[in-house]
Design a binder for this molecule. Structure first.
Ligand SMILES: [Zn+2]
Length: 207
């Protein structure tokens, strides 16, 4: 575990980041002051340090690469049937308001000689969601990452998300969901394949 000193305080970090946490904490202190708060009151004293650490974590995806995330997680495929990994949780930050958006990612692909280890999907989703994002780009980046790593016959990604910037401010619509999709290869060309995927992600399995 890496140790860093922020405001004379030793903090341990369990993740990679190149962010200068000292500088970030200083900026957050100014930010809180600017909101009209008393930065010296008890509850806020350590807030800049805590927030700096939290934000470094929430944006750690900038310091990850697809190669490292996938590692040795590519295997030979023995079939070419559709593989679906659904309900992958994600938490991201909207780049327009720096407020969270979160929800579920559903991925489908049809392999061509190579498959990706199941755990890698969650790690790919994390790498791109732990950045400042928009849901449309997040959807596309996940699809592209799978496409370039195992070169399948097709990839489909659907993201169902809720955005706090829509719920807490702006139009204040608490129940609005944003659904985005990216279809590549056979999912784009073949309506039947696309429909099969959409039906499968809509069927909830009761255990
Ligand atoms: Zn927003």
């Amino acid at each position: 575990m890496k140790k860093v000193i922020i405001n004379d305080e030793e903090i341990s970090l369990s993740f990679e980041t190149n962010v200068n946490l000292n500088n970030l904490a200083k900026l957050i202190k100014e930010f809180i002051k600017e909101l009209g708060e008393d930065i010296n009151r008890d509850g806020l004293k350590r807030t800049p340090v805590r927030v700096a650490k939290a934000w470094a974590y929430l944006t750690k995806g900038y310091f990850q690469t697809l190669d490292k995330v996938i590692g040795k997680g590519i295997f030979d495929a023995t079939h070419d049937d559709m593989i679906i990994v659904k309900d992958i949780e994600f938490y991201s930050l909207c780049e327009h308001h720096l407020l969270p958006f979160f929800g579920k990612v559903h991925i489908g692909y049809i392999p061509d000689k190579k498959i990706l280890g199941i755990s890698k999907f969650g790690r790919i989703v994390d790498m791109y969601s732990r950045r400042l994002q928009i849901q449309e780009r997040l959807t596309y980046q996940i699809a592209e990452a799978i496409n370039t790593s195992v070169n399948p016959l097709g990839v489909a990604v659907v993201i169902d998300g809720v955005h706090l910037c829509m719920m807490m401010r702006g139009i204040e619509k608490q129940n609005a969901r944003t659904v985005t999709s990216c279809m590549l290869g056979v999912f784009k060309e073949n309506i039947k394949t696309r429909e099969e995927f959409l039906n499968l992600i809509n069927t909830s399995i009761k255990l």
